[in-house]
Design a protein around this ligand. Sequence first.
Ligand SMILES: Cc1cc2nc3c(=O)[nH]c(=O)nc-3n(C[C@H](O)[C@H](O)[C@H](O)COP(=O)(O)OP(=O)(O)OC[C@H]3O[C@@H](n4cnc5c(N)ncnc54)[C@H](O)[C@@H]3O)c2cc1C
Length: 466
Amino acid sequence: MTEKTFVEELRQIVGKANVLDGSVDLQLYQYDGFLEERRPEAVAFVHSTEEVARVVEVCNRHGRPFVPRGGGTNLTGGTIPFKGGLVIEMIRMNRILEVDCTSLWARVQPGLFNLELGNALAPMGYQFLPDPASQKAATLGGNVAENAGGPHCFKYGVTTNHILGMTVVQADGQVVQLGGTAPDPLGYDLPGVFVGSEGTFGICTEIVAKIARLPESVKTLLAIYDTIDAGSRTVSAIVAAGMIPATLEMMDQLVIQAVEASLHCGLPLDCATVLLIEVDGLRDDLELQAKAIEDLCLAHGAREVRQAKDDTERNLLWAGRRGAFGAVARLAPSFLVCDGTVPRTALPEAIRKVAEVALKYDLRIPNVFHAGDGNLHPLILFDWRDADQKARVLKAGMEILALCASLGGTISGEHGVGLEKLEAMRLVLSEADIETQRRVKRTFDPRNLANPGKMFPAPEEVVCAQ
Ligand SMILES: Cc1cc2nc3c(=O)[nH]c(=O)nc-3n(C[C@H](O)[C@H](O)[C@H](O)COP(=O)(O)OP(=O)(O)OC[C@H]3O[C@@H](n4cnc5c(N)ncnc54)[C@H](O)[C@@H]3O)c2cc1C
């Protein structure tokens, strides 16, 4: 009876057609990019801050947890309704509300896809810099909640560096403004606290994002190597020489072969690795920068360095890099994307150790990574129908995170913690560190209704229905 009332109350707010509670519909919302699954009790599509606030208020009254969902592309179980309850689907709040090219910000709704913001800004000569490889399907709300990175974040920083403010429906349904259009928010840096909170503090319903001029010119280089060691040594050498390219991306042979088979980008199939390097800025300066980088690549063992001749060649190379995860799907029925970081100088050792993990667990692990940031993405291939393989994959994933931590890195470069890395948090944080973070959660969400069970290992607060 109570359950019916919960769903009926939701329907009164968002309309009958905007609440799903049939079992086939709900099945679609029990997954994201991670390996776990859990079915929600209902899904509500929301269209405004007011609707979100009213829906959250109903969740509070009924003691139901809720999970905001954007594109559902996160790779760590962030949108899986681990404790049941309501999935709040943000995808229809997808408008650009205002762009101010003088003060350099755009006010947008959170369900807007990252690429759509880029496409709208480009004709005006502007861009939003965080560019996750999933940008076609990942929303700004998801980018904020995961503090997403991307190839260009090596030079320009991750999402938190590009958010000025937001409107948030807190876990009790109250609407607040964190920051605004001015660069220095008063009081504590609450936009900074909210970014990366993975839906555990509440729901952002509007975002003020910094925008930047598009660079006058761009040059894209592809350095080709016969050993991974040589490629990864070059990454450190470029940074040590005082150069900060816009991107420094790496793909290994298995990934290159999968990309070529599906996207035909002209990558060499016989090399061990390629580095995709882009420099951007004033036209006059770029020739020199590109030449200096080419020389460094050759000095560190590149067998060849190609330069994209025009936008068509450049776009093709980027299609390959951005399409790498999708292309790897042709190598196995499933794969787990690991996301850890190591200091750049430790890249060669980290890659060698990942290969040892692959041998130990008898698994194939191709690599694609944001090498400039030391952000590894070993992709552990397996068949999800085989329980033994899945168990080995989870162990191998944990071992890779442990090796990142032991090399002085950390367990999440950009994909967040979600459900996947709850226990791995203990590899880098002490119990006191974790408890301090839990206290922040309790301040925002004392009843633990907003995306419970994520980010921090137990002990955890209990959902207390009124
Ligand atoms: C092929 C592929 C490539 C990827 N490449 C990258 C990459 O280069 N860099 C990178 O950082 N990530 C990458 N990712 C991971 C993922 O795309 C990002 O984490 C992205 O930011 C998630 O956006 P989303 O809209 O899909 O969010 P979802 O997956 O829907 O949600 C992610 C988290 O955000 C919360 N959330 C969603 N909307 C809101 C909101 N409005 N308010 C509060 N919380 C909210 C959810 O509860 C969840 O915890 C990749 C994923 C794939 C599948």
